[in-house]
Design a protein around this ligand. Structure first.
Ligand code: NAI
Ligand code: MG
Length: 493
């Protein structure tokens, strides 16, 4: 969590953009059809660079390069320990350039510089964690019937198409690259069209680290064109995707033609449940962080805040007091607590839900307005007296908007918490240990936080129940999704 106000407030200078092309086969290239698109600074709405736009033709070249690297050349025969060494080297280079990357991330995505620095730590940790795995991915010997020796080999899935979103551009890159590289796969990554810049800079560092040609390819572009071309390409073995549920449905249908492996990390409408027997101070702080961290642009955002009726009034008052004090503004200013939303599109979506919530009869306690005429800023917003059937309680808003839903007892709140097609994360605040563990067992979510929120570490599996995803990222579990298991049986008779 950001610690603000302890050190001198300093203005960080805007970064120089070093790379805007496509990376194919370790060469920075212009797109075959010569396309480009603009990328923006969400704090001002101004264009900061024009970036090369990949079409299906560039995707084809990138996939061919990735396949060649997979099947021949140094990567295919490299010792697993040496793969790990390359990954450690990349992590070191990212660490060496961490401040530059954090500023660039903040500049292109709008997250506060403090949060961006935190993401850099997560990015480096993830790459190091999986670098350590590279030479520990082992098969089994199996006590098979008859005079045979059976053993398993764990081999790379192949060419991995990775499609990532704009909310954590570098961290999502690391979550996808880490296990893919550790297991010996090759990569074609499509960054989000809103935030391509840091992936390009990290790819420069990957070349510097010594990754052989074709192992890592970057294709900037849009979902319906570049993303789609990756999904339908017969040379891609797997798609790893993070983004919207509706996009995942499209991808799964299109991937069916080539029966590609898919893993999905999708959104949520995560229930955060506050019992009256909580530590009130801690729960207010936690519920605040749960929704407002990175402007609510987190798949795990605690956007359904269930508060036990007995403490509802005081809880909402305390939450609102904090919301009113939040410093919203320039993300590169170290004293800023909340930056802009990523885009005009997201700003419009959030304002649409704020209006809808009022029409549905929820009580707007604070916020709800755009802040300033430049950039995509929005006030921290609280709705009280929200009912389960309202759209603001059902849909992922992906902004700094929390719905407070009162409840009376344990069974009721668990049933209501589970009444959604999402199942990514859940929180609970109580000093009663039985209640905490019973909730953790009963709530349908891939991650449950007890008296904390948004604690995500590369060592623990992360992913969704129900329509919040398929498969797991992070932890040992992610390796299962980046290896194929081969059984080898030898006749000993
Ligand atoms: P999106 O799902 O459309 O975009 C995510 C990535 O998928 C981007 O790289 C995009 O170019 C790509 N993509 C889009 N359509 C595609 C297609 N047909 N084939 C292949 N790739 C495609 O999400 P978007 O439009 O940026 O945001 C919309 C909403 O999605 C947000 O308001 C939020 O509710 C949710 N979202 C959830 C995220 C999460 O972390 N789970 C991250 C970003 C958005
Ligand atoms: Mg979209």
């Amino acid at each position: 969590m950001a610690v603000i106000g302890k050190k001198a407030v300093k203005k960080v200078t805007t970064p120089k953009i070093k790379q805007t092309k496509l990376l194919i086969n370790n060469k920075w290239v212009d797109p075959v059809e010569g396309g480009s698109f603009k990328t923006y600074n969400p704090a001002t709405g101004e264009v900061i660079a024009k970036v090369a736009e990949a079409s299906a033709k560039d995707i084809d070249l990138a996939v061919k390069a990735a396949r060649k690297a997979l099947e021949s050349g140094p990567w295919a025969t490299m010792d697993a320990a040496d793969r790990g060494k390359l990954m450690f080297k990349l992590a070191d280079l990212i660490e060496k350039n961490a401040e530059e990357l954090a500023v660039l991330e903040s500049y292109n995505c709008g997250k506060t510089i403090t949060d961006a620095r935190g993401d850099l730590v997560g990015t480096i940790n993830t790459l190091r964690y999986y670098a350590g795995w590279a030479d520990k991915i082992e098969g089994r010997t199996v006590p098979v019937r008859g005079k045979f020796l059976s053993y398993t080999l764990r081999q790379p899935v192949g060419v991995i198409g990775q499609i990532i979103p704009w909310n954590f551009p570098l961290l999502m890159l690391a979550w996808k690259w880490g296990p893919a590289l550790a297991c010996g796969n090759t990569i074609v990554l499509k960054p989000a069209e809103q935030t391509p810049l840091t992936a390009l800079r990290v790819a420069e560092l990957a070349i510097e680290a010594g990754f052989p040609a074709g192992v890592i390819n970057i294709v900037n572009g849009f979902g319906e064109t570049a993303g789609n071309a990756l999904v339908i390409h017969p040379g891609v073995d797997k798609i790893a995707f993070t983004g919207h549920v509706e996009t995942a449905k499209i991808i799964q249908k299109k991937a069916a033609d080539t029966l590609k492996r898919t893993t999905f990390e999708l959104g949520g409408k995560s229930p955060n449940v506050v019992f009256a027997d909580c530590d009130l101070e801690q729960a207010v702080e936690g519920a605040f962080h749960a929704i407002y961290f990175h402007c609510g642009q987190c798949c795990t955002a605690g956007s359904r805040l269930f508060v036990e009726q007995k403490i509802q009034k005081e809880f909402v008052e305390r939450l609102a007091a904090k919301a009113k004090q939040r410093k919203v503004g320039d993300p590169l200013d170290e004293s800023t607590q909340q930056g802009p939303q990523v885009s005009q599109e997201q700003l419009d979506k959030i304002l649409h839900y704020v209006a809808l919530g009022q029409r549905e009869g929820a009580k707007l306690v604070t916020g709800g307005q755009r802040k300033g005429a430049k950039g995509y800023f929005i006030e921290p917003t609280i709705f009280d007296g929200v009912r389960d059937e309202m759209a603001i309680a059902r849909d992922e808003i992906f902004g700094p908007v929390v719905s407070v839903l009162p409840f009376k007892d344990f069974d009721e709140v668990v049933a209501r918490a589970n009444d959604t097609f999402y199942g990514l994360a859940a929180g609970v605040w109580t000093k009663n240990i039985d209640k905490a563990h019973n909730y953790a067992a009963a709530v349908k979510a891939g991650t449950v936080w007890v008296n904390c929120y948004h604690i995500v570490d590369t060592t623990t599996p992360f992913g969704g129940f129900k329509m919040s995803g398929q498969g797991r990222e992070n932890g040992e579990e992610a390796l299962d999704h980046y290896t194929e298991t081969k059984t080898v049986t030898v006749n000993l008779a």
